[in-house]
Design a protein around this ligand. Structure first.
Ligand code: SF4
Length: 528
């Protein structure tokens, strides 16, 4: 744990709660972005309690055979042994998937009533939170505690952290922020959450947290802070605080990872990085991702020059030259400019990122440029072949050309597949799996998801099923209201069958450890 000493004298502790996955090779990027925004304003401490909990309870990160020939197969044993350890600790109370987190029976995370009950009565994380996590937070003597909640599975745990902090005597300000809070703030505001926490930070967190610090420092009402929700102010932006402004992504300093155990995660470690905030396209009919960035779905973009500078300074600081872009979709012009900067700078970076099937990836010159600049893997949203017009993807219609072209230039390809959306067909789902199997020489890995009805989307031909205890749910079951449309259970059944088929034909593609090492050239040497 370390601090950035400065300024107002206020102390802020930023906390990442337990119940995140165990297979990411870095801290989550949310806290480092907020920490950078507070630089020069507060003394900021960051704590990754997910890493802390896993280390405390399970000796994370697990040992991995010391071999230079490490591959997916040799990771089988440690991965599944660790998975068994997690599951044994929870028994029949839930399912604990190392690459996702703990899902308790009855999905308490979807219900305000169940989540608040659990946060007060104690979840499986309570002992750690009470004995280790909360004391570590309080040791920094904070005035403000900010808890990031990127995943819904972390929500009751985040509230539980706040409950325990109050029990242990903390009287300062507790705020929750992150994607889940941004997507659920109206529902969170109407629950009894303000008994424990003081505010919610909605959408981009930098401005609201700075506003919160200033309000505390100057004793002005929190209700004047733009982007903040409190018990007395249910809307983050109103006539008093002003409309939400797009951030100028270039104005923020390089993310600050101080206090976070960079380089000590499982698998091949990298540094997460962000260029574009949200999705520059944002119109796929099934997708709720843009909503997490605000009403426009896109909140601006950092210039390639600043991103390159971020990469230079972070690699110098941590001695890690691998970067994972966490953008929803990396914009092609930014990739092109960044690649040129990397080549001009003669730096050996490796990087990967989420991408759309843009025509540019089928252009040999573009792929060559990216490959030479160390772009190792693109994660493409293929979804389904054939009937994909129903998804309003409006992207390149020849994915094979893209995967072949990328492969020639040393760029691995991942296919995100999603089956069952109304207007798409079973035959096309089968054809998509056939495509993956047939072209496994140029497609590295894949995910196959059953389509689920996401909050903040509006899908025709089906009806969302909402039960009484789902006020905090982000995804829902549905029933078909038109012939030829699949129900949730039908989708789950056939997707499981198709997944089994792909697993039996090309297990590499679906292996749960692929993200721990697959894109990196140096992957075999970087796991200790
Ligand atoms: S699926 Fe991808 S490209 Fe489409 S809107 Fe969502 S993030 Fe953007």
């Amino acid at each position: 744990m370390s601090k950035n000493f400065a300024n107002s004298g206020l102390r802020v502790c930023l906390v990442f709660p337990p119940n995140w996955n165990c297979t990411a090779g870095s801290p989550h990027l949310g806290l480092p972005c907020i920490s950078a925004a507070l630089a020069g304003m507060t003394n900021t401490t960051s704590l990754d309690l997910n890493h802390g909990f896993l280390s405390w309870a399970f000796g994370y990160p697990p040992g991995i055979p010391n071999t230079r020939c490490l591959d997916l197969e040799s990771l089988n044993e440690p991965y599944f042994a660790f998975q068994d350890l997690l599951q044994a600790s929870i028994g029949s109370s839930g399912e604990w998937v190392a690459s996702e987190g703990l899902r308790l029976v009855g999905s308490p995370e979807c219900s305000s009533r169940k989540s608040l009950e659990l946060a007060h009565s104690g979840s499986p994380f309570r002992k750690y939170i009470a004995e280790v996590g909360a004391p570590a937070i309080l040791a920094s003597d904070p005035d403000i505690i900010g808890i990031g909640v990127p995943s819904l599975l972390q929500l009751y745990v985040a509230i539980e952290v706040a409950v325990v902090l109050r029990q242990q005597g903390f009287t300062g300000h507790i705020t929750l922020g992150g994607n889940t809070i941004s997507r659920l703030y109206p529902e969170l505001s109407s629950a009894d959450i303000f008994d424990t926490v003081d505010s919610l930070v909605v959408f981009e967190g930098e401005e609201p947290i700075r506003g919160l610090v200033k309000a505390i420092e100057q004793s002005t009402p929190f209700e004047l802070v733009s982007g903040l929700v409190t018990e007395n102010k249910q809307e983050p932006f109103n006539s008093t605080t002003g409309r939400r402004k797009e951030s100028l992504a270039d104005m923020w300093s390089t993310p600050q990872f101080d206090g976070l155990p960079v380089g000590r995660y499982w698998g091949c470690n990298y540094i997460p990085i962000l260029a574009a905030r949200g999705c520059y396209y944002g119109k796929c009919s099934f997708c709720a991702i843009p909503f997490g960035w605000g009403p426009n779905g896109f909140a601006g973009q950092r210039s390639a020059k600043r991103v390159y500078q971020d990469m230079l300074s972070l690699s110098e600081l941590y001695g890690i030259y691998r970067f994972k872009f966490v953008d929803e979709a990396l914009p092609v012009p930014l990739m092109r400019e960044l690649a040129r900067l990397i080549l001009d700078g003669n730096v050996e970076f490796e990087w990967e990122g989420y991408t759309r099937l843009e025509k540019a990836f089928g252009d040999p010159e573009f792929a060559r440029l990216l490959g030479q600049a160390g772009f190792r893997k693109g994660y493409f949203g293929v979804e389904i072949l054939g009937s994909r017009n129903a998804l309003n993807k409006k992207d390149a219609n020849d994915p094979l050309r893209i995967f072949e072209n990328c492969s020639v230039h040393g760029i691995r390809g991942h296919c995100f597949c999603m089956f069952g959306y109304p207007g798409t067909t079973y035959a096309d789902a089968v054809a998509t799996v056939d495509f993956l199997i047939k072209h496994s020489a140029v497609i590295d890995t894949a995910d196959i998801f059953p389509w689920t009805y996401a909050k903040h989307t509006n899908v025709p031909q089906v009806k969302r099923i909402v039960t009484s205890d789902q006020d905090w749910a982000l995804e829902f079951d549905h029933e078909a209201i038109e012939p030829g449309v699949f129900s949730s259970s039908e989708i789950q059944r056939f997707v499981a069958d198709l997944e089994d088929r792909l697993w039996s034909e090309v297990p590499r593609m679906l292996h749960p450890t692929y993200r721990m090492l697959s894109p990196w050239k140096a992957g075999l040497e970087c796991i200790g």
